[in-house]
Design a protein around this ligand. Sequence first.
Ligand code: NAP
Length: 374
Amino acid sequence: MATRRDFLKVTAAGTASFSLPAGKVSAPLGWGVPARKAPLRILFIGGTGFIGPHMVRAAQARGHIPTIFNRGKTHPGLFPEVERLLGDRDGGLDVLKGRTWDCVVDTSGYVPRVVRASAQMLKAQAKHYLFISTGDVYKDLAVENLDEDYDKAVLPEPTSEDTRKYYGPLKVVCEQEVRNAFPESHTIIRPGWIVGPGDNAHLFTYWLVRIDRGGEVIAPGDPTDPVQVIDARDMAEWIVRMLENRTTGAFNATGPGSRLSMAEFLYGIRGITTSDVRFSWVPTPFLLERKIRPWSDMPIWYPPIGDHKGNGLISPKRAIAAGLTYRPLADTARDTLQWFKSTGEAWESTTARRPGLTAAREAELLAEWHKTGR
Ligand SMILES: NC(=O)c1ccc[n+]([C@@H]2O[C@H](COP(=O)([O-])OP(=O)(O)OC[C@H]3O[C@@H](n4cnc5c(N)ncnc54)[C@H](OP(=O)(O)O)[C@@H]3O)[C@@H](O)[C@H]2O)c1
């Protein structure tokens, strides 16, 4: 069975192209606090994929001075006003030599050797290193309200750099590399599923587009199954405040702040469309028997059983105590759907890989489901 990890690895490669809507970061709850007087000089290792642009914009909105370091391949036209240093972080860090920054935000580290190189080099050039890790660092999701101290995944082949096979375990070792180089001044962010405008993985977009299309929609599992998503903009704004406050330590970045059921999630999305939609709840065993994969065929949903009993329930308590706030799901859903429509892309595209069921497969399954008399 494919897992959420499988999908993360695919999306880590950044397969789809898109353009972000222009404009400033909106001002959600908790965002009205004045910025520190001295602007921070922030080096982003990455910065032009999905979450990076939101962070760069959030830093700009607070008056900070971003520099972006990347290869110039992903959305090269983004941020013409921002200093860009070109290089490959795998063996090509020379362009960073002799420069100093207040903080580093590393959004593109997957391989310990590569993270070690940047962290070791920058420990003499920056005061603070913030690393974007993942909720996949935990050995499993078998418990509810799992916190940052829960056991981590172990890399079974210590020399492996196979990010497709060992995404989570490699991030565990990357985190250690950051701690080694910045023992007193590191921040580790472990996001759950990140959504919002510019989301190139499209798991969340599946539900937006599907519900917006209307008709009978397969709603997977039990309506009470928990689900978590975090808006990239909420995470970005919080991260910038963490940098301003020099907040260190490890933090789960999941949302929302209280339990969200699959029913609330789907009906919440329905609330931002005008479509004539009907949900048919199709139980987990029926779906699994027909090889419907949680997470990739039924995006963002995972039945809360076995090693996934705590799926959708990773605790953001520590992050909330450190200032993480959330905009309503409706804002995230509306803005993301609007963004996707603005790209002009067809959902059932022949060139782009899309998660979720095709319309044809969903109709087949619904016909089979109704034959059971339910
Ligand atoms: N999506 C999720 O739901 C989710 C969940 C948990 C954690 N995460 C984490 O979020 C991060 C991904 O965010 P993102 O891709 O949206 O970040 P991003 O910073 O927006 O995009 C990736 C950046 O890395 C640069 N890059 C890639 N390879 C590079 C290299 N060898 N040398 C220098 N720059 C390089 C890319 O530019 P160039 O291609 O031009 O070099 C691009 O600017 C990852 O750390 C991932 O583990 C994501």
